[in-house]
Design a protein around this ligand. Sequence first.
Ligand code: NDP
Length: 496
Amino acid sequence: MRTMIDTMLPKQPYEYAMWIDGDWVTSKSSFTRESPAHDVTVGRYPMGSEADTDAAVVAARRAFDAGPWPKMSGADRSKALLRVADGIRAKKEELALIEVLESGKPISQARDEMEWSAGLWDYAAALCRHIYGDTYNTLGESMMGFMIREPIGVVAMITPWNFPFLIISQKLPFALAAGCTCVVKPSELTPGTTLRLGQLIEAAGIPKGVVNIVSGYGNPVGARLASHSDVDMISFTGSTAVGRSVVEASRSNLKKVELELGGKNPQIVFADSDLDAALDAVVFGVYFNMGECCNSGSRLMVQKSIAQEFAAKVIEKAKEVVVGDPLDEATKVGAIVNQTQLDKIQGYIQTGQREGATLKLGGNRRQTERGRFFEPTVFEGVNPGMTIAKEEIFGPVLSVIPFETPDEALRIANSTAYGLSAGVWTKNIDVAFQLGRGIRAGTVWINTFMEGYPELSFGGYKESGLGRELGRFAIEEFTELKTIQVHLGPRTKWLP
Ligand code: NDP
C-alpha cells in the first residue's frame, strides 16, 4: 500500500543539466543518486568532465575580464541578488524536498535552511553597496593615498553534502556581491538544489558566464578547479583531508584559498548553569542533521559534581529524539547520507569501545524496512586522549568528558587539532569570558549553541579552516586590496 510519504517520492528521477556560460549543458555520461532514506533513485545528473570544467572557467574568466558584472554598480548587483532571494523563497518547498531526498535530512529542517539561505542572499545584497577601502590625507601636502577594494576575480567553490544549499549560499552571494564570477562544484551526493539554483540565477538576469555550475566527481571536477591557473581563488567546505589536497593543488598559480573544514566542538557545562537549557542544547547540538555537521557539539564536557546526573538526563532526552523518515514532519533525525558514512560511524563505535569508553545508549544502525538510519548514541567514560574525543565522527555520537576546574575545561577544549566552535554554559560571567577568550575556535556560544546570523562571521582556527564566511568581513575575502598613491603639485626630482 502506498503511504502518504510514497506519494512524495518522484516516480522518475528528476533530470538535471549543468549551467555553463548561460547554457543548460548535458553530457554523454551521467550519474544518479538514491535517497538514503527510501532507496529510490531521485536524480540523474550530468557527469562533468575536465573539458566541462575548463569551459566553465573560460566562461567565468571572460565574464570577469570583459564584464559587465564586476563593473556594475553595487546597487544593480544588489537588485539581482535580491531577485535570487525572492526566487529561493518562491521555490522553497521544491528545493526543500530535493534536499531531503538527496541528503536524508528532516523536511522541517530543510525548509528552515531554505529560509536561512534566502536571508543570506538578502544580506549579501545589502553588502554590495558597502564595499569600501581607506583614504590617507596625512601623507604630506603633496600626497594622497587610497586603498580600494577590487573583486579578486574568478572564484571556484567546492561544497559538501551535509548542507548543500546553505553552504553554497554562504559563499556565492558574497562573492557575487564583491563583483567576482564563479564556478561551482557541488558534492556528487547532493547536487540537485545547487543545479536548481542555476535556474534562479538565470531568472534573476545575472549575465551569462557570471555563475557556472558543474556537477561531477571530486576528481576530475574539483581537482581541476583547485589546480586551474585561470582560477584566482578557491572557496572549499568539506573534510580536512581534501582541504589539504586543495591547498596542494592551489600552488600551481598560488591562488587564494579559503577553507571551512571539520570540527570537534565542545559543549562545556558548569554546575551553576541553567541545566534545563543546557540539556536541550546538548541534545540538539549533537543530533541536529544526524550529527553530520561541522558544528556538531560532539564533545560534552561536564563539571564533575554534576556529571553523572547530567549525563543520565542527556540519555533520557536522547531517547525522546524522533528518528525516522525525513519526509515525516515529526522527524528530528533522518537518514545517514550513504553506506560509507554509516560504516565510518560504526567503525568509531567499535574504536570507542576498544579504547575503553562505555557505550550507554545506541551504537547501532536502526533496523528499518528501507534506508540507512543510526541510533542516537552516548559514550561515557571518555578521556580526552581517545580517538572518539579527538576525531570528527560526523554521526549522532556524543562523548561525555568530565572536568573539574575552568582551567582544566580550557585545556581539554583546546586539546584537539580542530578549532571551529564551542558552547559554554555558566552563570559566572568571569568563567564565561575566561573560556570565551581562551578557547581557540572561530565561534564561542555562551549559554546558547549553534545559533547563527548573516551578520556574524563563521570559520575555523587551527585545522578547522582558513578565512571567514558570513558577516561583513566575508565580502573582503573575495576582494584584493589595491593601493593608489596620487602626487599633487610639483614632484621633488631624484636627479638634479
Ligand atoms: P569531502 O571533503 O570528501 O568532499 C567535499 C567536496 O570536495 C565535494 O564536493 C567533493 O566532491 C570534493 N572533492 C573531493 N575530492 C576532491 C579533490 N581531490 N579536489 C577537489 N575537490 C574534491 O567531504 P565528503 O563530502 O566526502 O565528506 C567526508 C568527510 O568530510 C565527512 O565525514 C566529514 O568528516 C567531513 N566533512 C566536513 C564538512 C564540514 O562542513 N566541515 C562537510 C562535509 C564533510 P565529491 O562529492 O564529488 O567527492
